[in-house]
Design a protein around this ligand. Structure first.
Ligand code: FES
Ligand code: FES
Length: 264
């Protein structure tokens, strides 16, 4: 058995390119560890796939700028200083890195989800300076000096944000994958209503209201960028309506729901 592993190691080592060797050196895989690692590859050598996996693992290990961890091999590096959930952050990263990747891979904030990575599902929604944005379509380099809030930053200690409480009460999720994005979107939506910002279904967009009372149609329209594969939409609308109106809402059917005074 040991003989077979040694043979596999020798084969794999002979097939390694200079770049592959350099990468293993950089990752600190030497001696017996390297022997074991290459032996486990079954003599196939380090293909592009393995290199990609290793590079990804390495990227996941990076911390804030100034961390004792290995510095990332980035191209076009930029340093971005911004606030995330109330804490100052300074990251040196590739100028092309999206905010979603920076949050998840550099800051370990994995609440924001990567659904489509193409701006189509809303799973990556976060809030910048009070406005909702798609993390997958926002470059981190655009966030210099800005204030980013993610799902991890909404609760104050043990006190959940009213939208979070309403989502739990109305069972507004099943698998929960879309939920961080839905909640961030809903939090910003409530502010849009307070600001009187119009939507596609606002009856009179010429007359800017001081504050808007959102109908179910308005809530559905304003949340239409957040997809839910589990189809929790009626409960999501009910939860947002309750948080928006402050009145207990029955979620039997969004659009025909009854509203009761929450204090009754
Ligand atoms: S992951 Fe950003 S919109 Fe889907
Ligand atoms: S709760 Fe599963 S995707 Fe929305």
């Amino acid at each position: 058995m040991a003989f077979q592993e040694n043979e596999l190691f020798d084969d794999a080592e002979q097939q390694m390119t200079a770049d592959e060797e350099a990468l293993l050196d950089e990752l600190g895989i030497f001696g017996d560890s390297r022997r074991k690692f290459l032996g486990q590859l079954g003599g196939a050598g380090l293909g592009a796939l393995v290199l990609e996996v290793l590079a990804e693992e390495k990227a996941l290990a990076f911390g804030d700028a100034g961390s004792p961890l290995v510095a990332p091999a980035v191209e076009n590096p930029v340093t971005v200083s911004f606030t995330v959930n109330g804490a100052k952050k300074s990251l040196e990263l590739d100028s092309r890195m999206t905010l979603l990747d920076a949050l998840r891979e550099r800051l370990g904030l994995t609440g924001s989800k990567k659904g489509c990575d193409h701006g189509q599902c809303g799973a990556c929604t976060v809030i910048i300076d009070g406005r909702r944005v798609l993390g997958c379509l926002t470059l981190t380099a655009q966030c210099e000096g800005r204030d980013v809030t993610t799902i991890e930053g909404l609760a104050k200690g043990d006190a959940l944000h009213p939208i979070q409480t309403a989502f739990i009460k109305h069972d507004a999720f099943q698998c929960g994958f879309c939920t961080p994005g839905q909640i961030c979107s809903a939090v910003a939506l409530m502010q849009e209503a307070k600001n009187g910002d119009a939507s596609y279904v606002t009856p009179n967009i010429r007359q800017k209201a001081a504050t808007l009372q959102l109908s179910d149609e308005e809530i559905r329209e304003r949340m239409s960028g957040n997809l839910c594969r589990c189809g929790a939409y009626p409960n999501i609308v009910a939860a947002i309506r309750e948080a928006h109106t402050g009145k207990a809402t029955d979620a039997m059917a969004a659009g025909t729901m009854e509203v009761h005074d929450a204090t009754v």
